[in-house]
Design a protein around this ligand. Structure first.
Ligand SMILES: Cc1cc2nc3c(=O)[nH]c(=O)nc-3n(C[C@H](O)[C@H](O)[C@H](O)COP(=O)(O)OP(=O)(O)OC[C@H]3O[C@@H](n4cnc5c(N)ncnc54)[C@H](O)[C@@H]3O)c2cc1C
Length: 412
């Protein structure tokens, strides 16, 4: 068994994924989180096909458990509402009749994160909650970490620290300082409602692209028990440039938008409106170095167009664990060795994040958004291509075929 001391800071999807895959590789490690589980996290709560894909890589029984748990609902697609009010329904699968389970799920983060948190307990993982990291500093070839647990402050040396504390990562701030850039950061608000009418029969998530908040969107995500996750997300640079009060914008949409407000006629908010930031993957930042790796939001990996971050948090945790396995075998925790993680992130998520960033920039143009939705409503090939973006995670093969462009041009 390895004697390397490995610490994961943060037990959200990124930290827990790292932990699960490390345990699978029989690598001992410690996980700390400042919260006591189950705990909430401000989020849209949508678990995409990528989440399902990574969980299946770990153990297929996890998704089976999720699919049979009443706290989750299965979602089969997404409804895009263009600024002109037109609606485009895109299923998450091109062949829904062949599906064994729903392609995506929705559940509160209290439920989902606690599910992973319980799974993380293993003979290889020392999982501690109510333990908050305070500071880190380099000490020769290790990192000296000070953390608080109950009322005592302790210090301990680690060979490797994985920063997984999300947007406000202390590990990232201490070891890879980075200035926040509002062009690559999104502000998000969330509130739970009950009683919203006319939701999709197959629990499609709804993204409403409304002129005043482009390239952001207003969302309604159905949940179990007649509950809905309602929210709004907008690029921080646009919030500042247009002096938008996001909370007022959210209220205004719910009370006055011609398509949305009638559906809220008999609905009631069951929580306060709460906000949190989304560090987007289009930002370029250092994600590894001597004795550390950053995963999930701490590494700024959220999809710039959809705002989806749980899938990339899980994916980055898995890739981090692969690199750590090699580091432990060779006893190499230096920046040169750990830069393998950067390469894996680029190979796995790079092109997808760049494509999403391009779409995000194009989505600022209201007319273009309307045009694409109008075209996709009539064009099966375009609709299927959008489905492939959710299903295959790689549409490059399709884009390479000349027949694709023929069908696109001739409305097939
Ligand atoms: C409004 C909003 C809506 C969103 N909607 C969606 C969506 O529908 N689908 C989707 O896929 N993504 C969505 N996201 C993004 C998603 O929430 C994040 O990408 C995801 O939570 C990242 O996971 P993580 O593990 O990196 O960080 P987190 O989930 O933030 O977890 C970090 C963990 O670190 C712990 N921690 C923090 N500081 C310390 C400390 N000092 N010491 C110890 N522990 C600490 C925290 O308690 C927490 O448990 C949304 C985000 C926002 C803000």
């Amino acid at each position: 068994m390895s004697s390397a001391k490995i610490l994961i800071v943060g037990a959200g999807p990124a930290g827990l994924s790292t932990s699960l895959f490390l345990s699978k590789a029989k690598i001992p490690h410690t996980v700390i989180d400042k919260a006591i589980f189950p705990r909430d996290k401000i989020c849209g709560d949508a678990l995409s096909g990528k989440v399902v894909h990574i969980l299946n890589k770990y153990d297929k029984s996890l998704v089976e458990e999720i699919a049979s748990d009443k706290n989750y609902i299965g979602s089969y697609g997404v409804s895009f509402f263009a600024p002109n009010g037109k609606r485009l329904d895109v299923p998450f699968s091109t062949n829904p009749s062949k599906l064994k389970q729903a392609p995506g799920f929705i559940a509160t983060r209290e439920v989902f994160d606690n599910f992973l948190f319980q799974k993380a307990h293993s003979p290889f993982a020392d999982v501690r909650q109510n333990t908050s990291i305070l500071n880190l500093r380099r000490s020769e070839n290790q990192i000296l970490v000070s953390y608080q647990t109950d009322n005592s402050i302790r210090e301990e040396l680690f060979d490797l620290v994985i920063g997984a504390e999300g947007d406000r990562s202390i590990t990232a701030k201490a070891l890879a300082p980075f200035e926040k850039n509002n062009d690559h950061y999104c502000a998000g608000l969330r509130v739970y409602y009950e009683g919203i009418e006319n939701c999709h029969a197959e629990n499609f998530i709804e993204l409403h692209f409304i002129k005043d908040i482009l390239p952001g969107y207003f969302w309604i995500f159905p949940m179990s028990g007649n509950r809905m996750n309602v929210g709004i997300g907008m690029l921080s640079s646009e919030v500042s440039a247009r002096k938008v009060n996001l909370k007022k914008e959210l209220e205004q949409i719910i009370t006055t938008h011609p398509v949305i407000s009638p559906r809220f006629k008999n609905a009631k908010a069951v929580t306060d409106v709460q906000g949190w930031g989304l560090p987007l993957g289009s930002a370029k930042r250092i994600i590894s170095g001597d004795n550390f790796l950053l995963v999930g939001d701490a590494a700024s990996l959220i999809d710039p167009f959809t705002g989806e971050g749980i899938g990339n948090a899980l994916a980055s945790g898995r890739l981090a664990a692969e690199v750590i396995e090699g580091a432990v075998k060779t006893n190499r925790f230096d920046a040169a060795f750990l830069s393998e993680y950067d390469k894996k992130i680029e190979a796995s998520l790079g092109s997808e994040i760049r494509l999403s960033h391009t779409i995000q920039k194009l989505a600022k143009k209201e007319w273009l958004f309307n045009l694409v939705v109008n075209k996709a409503i009539k064009n099966t090939t375009l609709r299927e291509t959008i489905t492939c973006m959710f299903e295959d995670l790689d549409i490059r093969e399709r884009l390479r075929k000349p027949s694709f462009y023929f069908k696109l041009l001739f409305n097939r």
